[in-house]
Design a protein around this ligand. Structure first.
Ligand SMILES: [Zn+2]
Length: 411
């Protein structure tokens, strides 16, 4: 297995510039340097671009299933707890989904992310629930975080309580993650007030949704250096609106895009990026630049998770988490915004490929990466693990030919 190899002849997106016909050298799990090639070189050529692998700031790995469950036609929720009631009493949750064991539900979620170029994601569930699954995922599920479900009297009581969890985050230099102000009743809208009164509003906070924020809340979040997870598809589906995203960006808040679960959100992060762009245009009549959107799924979530030394940029010293796509436009950022699974040429985690075109088999073999062969929208691809086998197990469990759009396999 070559410890060192290089990717060459492709455009490389770094925080400073897009390097044309560049090269990137990997040593073991990390990026060793840019601009040089190793003896084992994977040559691309014009029309390919390397980005840092994507980061999904907010997902529910136990909850990615379809179809969505939402409010009756023409109605929307006052807060997330109304959705929770509809969801828990749905036939889907009562009868169908429980037939699939949690380890398979987690693996489905891992593939939802992997097939959209995501190497790193956060599952916003308690450690007591997801700990056994984290090491078995075919991509990286973050384990170093603390959490509260939400900051209200009716939250779901995940973790040990806001103050204890937040204190642990401070001590360990981890993020403290909580849903916040996901609704419009007075208590939901006091989320920032709760965090302030407990002395827990600071740069460890990763605040999910924030649709009830006032202008003053946004100022406070910016001053505290906290991060916000923006999940526009889920917000629009449940509430018919999303957070004040333009004001947040203007205030300098660190915003990352998350999918939420497919129970309410987009089918994957690439779709959520497009939805975010369309939503911004619809709300404000102006374009959110593709580069800003790409930052929201690379550098910004890396900062939110306090993992900037490891992920979020193609820089020497960071982990070799790389996403190579086939370019479809002159602008590399536009190309990523337009990409689907079959446009992914190569996806690498810790220096080892986890998804790629079948023509890249040599690198899989050289790194000892075990992969299965699948067909995605007509394209032969190699993928870590066995997603086709997983889909067979899921169908056997539910007793019919279940289709899940986030598993893009031709059959
Ligand atoms: Zn959520």
């Amino acid at each position: 297995m070559p410890g060192a190899y290089s990717l060459s002849g492709l455009s490389i997106v770094t925080p400073e510039a897009v390097i044309a016909s560049g090269s990137l050298q990997v040593d073991q799990a990390r990026i060793a340097r840019l601009g040089s090639t190793a003896r084992f070189d994977v040559r691309f050529g014009d029309g390919y671009t390397a980005f840092p692998a994507l980061v999904n700031v907010h997902d529910h790995f136990n909850g990615n299933y379809l179809p969505r469950v939402g409010p009756p036609p023409g109605e929307f929720y006052l807060n997330w707890s109304n959705w929770e009631k509809d969801f828990k009493s749905s036939e889907l949750l009562q009868v169908e989904r429980p037939k699939i064991p949690p380890e398979d539900r987690y693996e489905l979620s891992a593939y939802k992310n992997l097939f959209s170029g995501v190497v790193t994601a956060n599952d916003h569930f308690g450690h007591e629930f997801n700990e056994p699954f984290i090491p078995r995922m075919p991509m990286r599920l973050i384990g170093n975080y603390t959490l509260a479900h939400e900051c209200s009297s009716f939250d779901l009581r995940w973790g040990e309580g806001i103050e204890i969890e937040h204190e642990r985050a401070r001590r360990l230099n981890w993020p403290f993650i909580t849903h916040l102000e996901e609704g419009f009743d007075p208590e939901s809208q006091d989320g920032i007030g709760v965090l302030e009164r407990l002395g827990c509003l600071d740069d460890h906070c990763v605040l999910i949704h924030c649709i009830g924020f006032s202008d003053e809340d946004i100022e406070k979040v910016a001053r505290a250096g906290a991060s916000v997870a923006w999940c526009p598809a889920s917000n629009l589906f449940m509430f018919n609106l999303t957070c004040k995203i333009r004001l947040m960006l203007k205030a300098g808040v660190n915003v990352a895009i998350g999918t939420d679960s497919t129970g309410t959100g987009s089918i994957n992060l690439l779709e959520e990026m497009r939805f975010a762009r369309a939503t911004y245009r619809r709300l404000y009549g102006e374009d959110l630049s593709p580069r800003t959107i790409v930052d929201m799924v690379t550098r910004n979530p890396a900062k939110a998770f306090r993992m900037e030394r490891d992920i979020g940029a193609l820089e020497p010293g960071r982990l070799a988490d790389v996403l190579v796509i086939r370019q479809s436009a002159a602008d590399p950022y536009e190309s990523l915004l337009a990409a689907h699974t079959e446009d992914i040429e190569l996806l690498v985690q810790d220096g080892t490929p986890i998804l790629g075109a079948a023509e890249r088999e040599e690198l899989f073999t050289a790194r000892g990466a075990r992969a299965s062969r699948v067909k995605v929208h007509g394209r032969e691809m190699l993928v870590k693990g066995d997603p086709a086998g997983l889909l067979v197990r899921v169908r056997r469990a539910v007793g019919f030919r279940k289709v899940l759009e986030f598993m893009p396999l031709d059959e």
